[in-house]
Design a protein around this ligand. Structure first.
Ligand SMILES: CC(C)(COP(=O)(O)OP(=O)(O)OC[C@H]1O[C@@H](n2cnc3c(N)ncnc32)[C@H](O)[C@@H]1OP(=O)(O)O)[C@@H](O)C(=O)NCCC(=O)NCCS
Length: 347
């Protein structure tokens, strides 16, 4: 019997128009294009415009994903939103997104920082494997700029805003999400956190004066953790799939810092062209980072029908998550014509 797995049948993205370059940031804090480029690989990032909300960005990405999958919102059985920058503290952004999309299914949010979308994909896989649901939307969306202190050069240069979404449905050909690993080490939580605004330290004038409502980070500690987890998590999900790293056609790592990816690649003894990288354009878009990279990899033909993809994320928590996903194959007439009027696309 073929195991029923979640496979990706639709994808979409939304990136706000407004761009902040490294040169722009150098006007705001004591930094430079050279420093940011050399230490992170980031050249620019997009941040929300006046009309962008967490909901509107997620819905724009979701509509594209539904279109590609050939589904209407009322055919959805579940919406999972990975997010740590909600429009409001209550209710969860998933509810607003569900309403705005015109869906009638359950919807919930996973707050696992930059690992959230891989957590979401793995969760969707459980509902599909059990037979509970068929059509699940998994969105990663962040307006992380709202939590950035634009007087703190150690954090504000790193992040950007974006949304991306996939539709997953049961695979009929053995493809889909083959293995996953989810992890959390809460003993490291205070290395990347927002100290104010929660129940322990509620919003107050003091919190605002101390800028405790913004992200604080111990960059070196997070970088060490990130490299460790990129290496070990990727190895473990690949081994569990009965594969070696060489069997992966492409690795899509969390897009936080080029140096982190390069260092992990060296430890893994893999060439950099095995890794998809788009962080120079977007910075770290947290939960949107991996799906945004996946969508762009598909659009650029870097992910092809039948390809096996490694996904690996790390982030606040500190958390990590990885997966091996095998893309399916579908003949479609909707995509650009390749002679016979049909083109193979990953599904
Ligand atoms: C943040 C990060 C780029 C800093 O790079 P680094 O090589 O570790 O740099 P350090 O923290 O050692 O700082 C070196 C110096 O650069 C300075 N510096 C930090 N940010 C700077 C900036 N934007 N521009 C110029 N100088 C900067 C520091 O103040 C420090 O100065 P000092 O030596 O005078 O004290 C790196 O630690 C990192 O990427 N960490 C992981 C962060 C991450 O990915 N977070 C999200 C996870 S989801």
């Amino acid at each position: 019997m073929t195991i029923r797995r979640a496979h990706i049948t639709g994808w979409g993205k939304y990136v706000p128009e407004k761009v902040i370059t490294n040169h722009d940031l150098a006007q705001m804090v004591d930094t430079s294009d050279e420093w940011i480029t050399e230490r992170t690989g980031i050249k620019e990032r997009h941040v929300r415009g006046d009309n962008d909300t967490t909901t509107s960005m997620a819905v724009a990405a979701a509509r594209q994903a539904l279109d590609v999958a050939g589904l209407t919102p009322d055919e959805l059985h579940l919406i999972i939103v990975a997010n740590s920058s909600p429009d409001y503290l209550l209710p969860s952004p998933a509810n607003f997104i569900q309403h705005e999309l015109g869906a009638r299914c359950p919807a919930f949010t996973i707050a696992a920082g930059c690992s959230g979308w891989v957590y979401g994909l793995s969760t969707a896989n459980q509902f599909i494997q059990t037979g509970a649901y068929e059509n699940v939307l998994v969105i990663g969306v962040e307006i992380i700029s709202y939590a950035l202190d634009y007087t703190d050069r150690t954090t504000c240069v790193l992040f950007g805003d974006a949304a991306a979404a996939v539709v997953v449905q049961p695979a009929t050909d053995g493809s889909g999400l083959l293995t996953f690993e989810l992890g959390s080490d809460g003993s490291l939580a205070h290395n990347l956190w927002v100290p104010g605004g929660g129940t322990v330290n509620p919003v107050s004038q003091t919190v605002v004066d101390n800028r405790e409502h913004y992200i604080r980070m111990n960059g070196q500690e997070v970088a060490r953790f990130a490299i460790r987890k990129l290496v070990s998590c990727l190895q473990s999900v690949t081994e569990r799939a009965g594969m070696s790293l060489a069997d992966l056609d492409l690795i899509i790592p969390h897009q936080a810092n080029l140096r982190i990816i390069e260092t992990a690649a060296k430890y893994l003894n893999l060439p950099m062209d095995k890794f998809f990288v788009n962080l120079h354009k977007y910075g770290n878009t947290s939960a949107a980072s991996i799906p945004l990279a996946l969508v762009e990899a598909i659009e650029q033909g870097r992910v092809k029908p039948g390809d096996t993809i490694g996904l690996v994320a790390f982030g606040s928590g500190l958390s990590w998550a990885g997966a091996v996903v095998q893309m399916g194959v579908r003949e479609t007439a909707a995509a650009p014509v390749n002679g016979n009027g049909h083109v193979k696309v990953p599904v």
